[in-house]
Design a protein around this ligand. Structure first.
Ligand code: GLN
Length: 293
């Protein structure tokens, strides 16, 4: 940025958006706006009321640093330490996957059924930032959620998010590998999960922003992408009563293979795949077979 230019909100946004285009960012203007709003401690919408305001060097230095890191590939959510999911704010850092809008379809369907059936207990496997567990707890005031993750660092973030979203009294956090840490008799009305599902061979093909910044532990589903999925499928039946629900997020190209895996498991009745906002197959839904008591 040349020293002789008087930098206003407007000129900073224009310059930065162009810079991000050159850097190959998917949403250059939006990224510029979110980062400038963050540097100036404003809401994004307020940038436009101050479009012609001159920005002083001190704030520009903060913004410049954010722009440089974004240009290197760091996701905006990590730079501003926050991401909205299901209209709720989530604190994020590189210990957790950034909540994706694609995952909201899981919450939509689970909420619809959970309200109708008046669920009391939900298990969230691989909770990460806690986004699914917390969004469900927020909209189902009668429900208690057990949110589990293998990463202690992720659980610290999730617990902070539960407090910030005022559901900490109904979400408990457990560290461990899938079902291993859960008491034997503990049963749930529903199990939800967005497990790591990227096959090892695809990890290097991911966007640099994802591959180099998001936690590998939250992305890698092993050789074929199904290692955690298979663990969930083999243990979920023992934790659900008859009619209990299981929701698992999948990668779109995995739909067929994942449905076949379910069909060879006689404990579950598999329902139609839930599509995300982009109409891609995103979540498998199944119910435990057996007559209700
Ligand atoms: N949907 C994420 C991505 O494609 C991956 C999430 C996951 O592995 N659970 O980047």
């Amino acid at each position: 940025m040349q020293p002789e230019t008087e930098w206003t909100v407007g000129t900073l946004l224009d310059w930065t958006a162009q810079h991000f285009v050159k850097k190959g960012c998917d949403s250059p203007r939006l990224d510029a706006e979110v980062l400038l709003a963050h540097a100036l401690r404003l809401k994004r919408i307020d940038l436009y009321a101050r479009y012609n305001e001159v920005i002083q060097e001190e704030e520009r230095a903060i913004f410049r640093d954010l722009v440089r890191r974004r240009g290197d590939g760091c996701p905006v959510a990590y730079l501003v330490a926050s991401k909205e999911f299901y209209s709720l704010p989530f604190f994020v850092n590189q210990d957790v996957l950034i909540p994706r809008p694609d995952t909201e379809c899981l919450v939509d369907v689970a909420l619809r059924i959970g309200k109708k059936e008046n669920w009391k207990t939900i298990l969230d496997l691989g909770t990460g930032s806690g986004c699914i567990a917390i969004a469900l707890a927020k909209s189902l005031p009668q429900v208690k959620v057990v949110a589990l993750d293998i990463s202690a660092k992720a659980l610290e973030i999730a617990s902070r998010n539960a407090i910030a979203n005022k559901v900490a009294d109904r979400v408990s956090f457990v560290q461990g590998d899938l079902f291993a840490p859960l008491e034997k008799g503990l049963m749930f009305d529903a199990i939800v999960s967005n497990p790591p599902y990227i096959p090892d061979r695809d990890i290097n093909e991911l966007d640099k922003d994802v591959r180099d910044y998001e936690p590998r532990l939250a992305l890698s589903g092993g050789g074929d992408g199904f290692s955690v999925f298979d663990g969930i499928l083999s243990g979920a039946g023992a934790k659900l009563g008859a009619g209990g629900h299981l929701f698992i997020e999948i990668g779109s190209p995995q739909e067929e293979t994942s449905r076949v895996r379910f069909k060879s498991c006689s404990e579950f009745l598999l329902h139609p795949t839930i599509l995300d906002g982009g109409r891609n197959p995103r979540v498998l839904h199944a119910t435990k077979i057996g007559s209700k008591p």
